[in-house]
Ligand binder design. Sequence first.
Ligand code: FAD
Length: 274
Amino acid sequence: MKPAPFAYARATTLAEVFDVLETHGDAARLLAGGQSLIAALNLRLASPSLLLDINGVAALRGVTFADGLLRIGALTRHAELGADPLVAQHAPLLAQAVPHIAHAAIRSRGSIGGSLALADPAAELPACALALEAVLVLASRGGERRVAAADFFPGLYQTALRGDEVLAAVEIPSRAGAACTLQELARRHGDYAIVGLAAQRLGQGVRLAWFGVGPTPLRTPRAEAAFAAGDVAGAQAALAGELDPPEDLHGPPALRLHLARVLLGRAAAALKGH
Ligand SMILES: Cc1cc2nc3c(=O)[nH]c(=O)nc-3n(C[C@H](O)[C@H](O)[C@H](O)COP(=O)(O)OP(=O)(O)OC[C@H]3O[C@@H](n4cnc5c(N)ncnc54)[C@H](O)[C@@H]3O)c2cc1C
């Protein structure tokens, strides 16, 4: 299929982005890597009258580290995330996630900001943001506001972004030296996960963030407590009360629950000894 007709414009500054969002409202869509948006246009799942290309906005680029905080610009491509030495040192969970995202061509264009703004419940990076306790920096004409990843995904394909805001960056306190693992099961490597788990040790605790098992990425606090205490079987048992997976073409909820328990066992093995 072909998309409905739309106008196209390029922004080079955040001020230009804010102008367009204020003038056009919902009729405008931001174009980052285009790896989800262009498909949605072609399928006519979205039909904005204006596409604003933000790839030239320098303020949305770059990975920096200062005062214990890793800041990742929203336009950072998946491939850049996987290759960046600061990311590898301070948020290795993200680097582990990248090879699971789609295929090389998609990773070379798709961006972390696009993935978080899309909020696909089966995507790796939203769950990583949750496990890392990342903070999302949302910019508008009025300035920046910071939203914890835990508050950013209120529902299926929904985010805390207001219509006049752009996701500018992701901030993560350094997780250097803390063990982490990304586990997922997909029909083929590169497909969206049927079930996935981003696990991050933090101090004496652990953050277990799941994807593909509900309308949003989500954490399982009772399983986290058992897991942190070394009771992996208890953590696996707790999942029954904390996950409510959907039924779909992949199979019934019981299948996903079983797979989640399998992934938790694999995560325990991966984290052992760290
Ligand atoms: C075949 C295929 C397989 C894929 N498999 C996976 C997979 O296994 N795992 C996975 O996680 N993803 C997968 N993807 C999606 C891919 O990761 C996308 O790149 C990503 O979801 C969106 O990033 P993007 O930069 O391409 O965003 P775009 O497609 O450009 O935009 C997506 C949405 O986010 C909005 N947006 C983008 N940037 C911003 C911003 N800075 N602020 C506010 N809103 C913004 C856009 O307006 C749009 O609504 C796959 C895609 C394809 C085509």
